[in-house]
Design a binder for this molecule. Structure first.
Ligand SMILES: Cc1cc2nc3c(=O)[nH]c(=O)nc-3n(C[C@H](O)[C@H](O)[C@H](O)COP(=O)(O)O)c2cc1C
Length: 241
């Protein structure tokens, strides 16, 4: 599998088979992803990998609490989204939600099914492995970006192993619960969870693709036009100098 194939076949997988994933495979992915770059080589990532009873203990607890009407364990520790979301981000967010619920055949008025879909986030969509990514509280925006690159490397390597992933910021709604459950040192902050496993290819939730912006909406090119005679002359003069 080349990089383009890994990139194009990665989606947020929202239904997994219960096929187990070995500890060796998880280790190989987490170790391999350390080749991701980080400013100053700080490698700010901290990861917990859960499977079996350790995973079920946490997913059962949160599922029960959500079905009882809880949506968080208090204020989030970082702003998951900007407080005042503007365009074009607002529309993109609305669109992906609409596309996903259309694929699932759920309307937002279907409160029960909407809640069950939320619960599925906290069940890692049925994956046999749940990962948690954390970062030291004194790290800055640059290191959060580094953590993102590490996480991306994990997702691409998962594809190479025939696996899929779902990054889960939903877990940032329960940071205190996760921290206590994992006995995570208090100087660390939970960023997100991630499901890891074998995709249920037949499930309709995995059969649509999130849209992407056109290049022209975000990329700006300068200096690629054919050189003018003046620019060529200026370059020749510089080369002679
Ligand atoms: C850091 C991060 C956290 C995310 N958290 C969630 C989540 O909690 N639940 C969910 O269904 N999708 C989550 N997503 C998936 C995004 O909605 C998804 O990446 C986006 O819509 C593009 O779709 P694709 O990943 O299938 O290409 C998250 C993605 C990222 C990068």
């Amino acid at each position: 599998m080349d990089v383009t194939q890994a990139l194009n076949s990665r989606i947020t997988c929202r239904a997994f088979l219960d096929t187990p994933v070995s500890a060796e495979t998880v280790r190989a992915i987490l170790k391999g992803a350390t080749r991701a770059p980080s400013g100053g080589n700080l490698q700010p990532q901290h990861v917990w990998a859960l499977a079996g009873a350790d995973l079920k203990g946490l997913t059962d607890q949160i599922s029960r609490r959500i079905r009882n009407g809880e949506i968080s364990d208090g204020p989030t520790e970082y702003n998951i989204f900007p407080t005042a979301m503007k365009e074009p981000y607002l529309s993109r967010r609305w669109q992906v939600g609409a596309d996903m619920y259309t694929a699932l055949n759920v309307t937002r008025l279907d409160v029960e099914e909407f809640r069950e879909q939320l619960v599925r986030n906290y069940q890692f969509f049925g994956a046999p492995v749940g990962l948690f990514f954390a970062i030291d509280r004194n790290m800055q925006q640059g290191q959060w970006s580094d953590l993102g690159m590490y996480i991306m490397a994990v997702m691409l390597l998962a594809r190479e192993h025939g696996l899929h992933t779902a990054p889960l910021e939903a877990w940032a709604m329960f940071p205190r619960t996760v921290q206590a459950y994992l006995k995570m040192p208090s100087e660390l902050m939970l960023f997100c969870g991630m499901a890891l496993g074998v995709m249920d290819e037949a499930h309709r939730v995995n059969r649509w693709r999130a849209r992407r912006a056109e290049l022209s909406e975000f990329a700006h090119f300068r200096g690629f036009e054919p050189m003018t005679a003046a620019a060529r002359k200026s370059e020749q003069l510089t080369a002679c100098a």
